[in-house]
Write a protein of this length. Structure first.
Length: 172
């Protein structure tokens, strides 16, 4: 595959951000204990279904992230799929003040240091398998080691710069 000639790209970055915002996505909190302290990063780029055998998921992270280098060093990373119960805390989890992100938010850790947010609709304990360069982001592929789910918790969705719950199921 050849590299894209940047001079041929004419998409306005602000318009592209608006278009990307029109695609609803779930919200995941990626968390681990690093140097004895819990660290968390919130991502709307988390994707399931990369592979069932072996079980793999992925997310992309901005290269400018100051949290990802900390999490990357963890033995295991906990992925909590945030639910509508997190609508009022998701901005705190993503705040610039890393030391306050988990303040007052119930969470638990696995033996290997993965951190899980209470009240999530699903949890995955993961190990980093691949790390790929992708423009101004990195694409991180995880192998899923363990999972759990709360069938009653409704997922939180990010759409057009806001957080929403699912209101109706159109088909199913």
């Amino acid at each position: 595959m050849t590299a894209v000639d940047a001079s041929l790209v004419t998409v306005d970055p602000l318009e592209l951000r608006r278009v990307f915002g029109g695609f609803p996505s779930g919200i995941a909190a990626l968390s681990a204990n690093v140097a004895g302290q819990p660290s968390v990063l919130v991502a709307s780029s988390f994707q399931v279904g990369v592979s069932l055998d072996p079980p793999m998921v992925l997310f992309s992270v901005q290269k400018s992230s100051t949290t990802w280098p900390l999490l990357r060093s963890a033995e295991r990373i906990g992925v909590s799929i945030l639910s509508t119960s997190h609508a009022h805390t998701v901005r705190q989890l993503a705040s610039a003040d890393r030391s306050a992100r988990l303040e007052g938010i119930e969470h638990a850790s696995s033996e290997k240091g993965a951190v899980f947010i209470a009240g999530a609709s699903a949890w995955l304990e993961c190990e980093i398998t691949h790390d790929y360069d992708a423009g101004d982001h990195r694409i991180i592929v995880f192998t899923v080691i363990a999972t759990d789910i709360d069938e009653e918790a409704a997922p939180l969705v990010f759409h057009r710069s806001g957080f929403h719950g699912l209101s109706t199921i159109v088909a199913g």
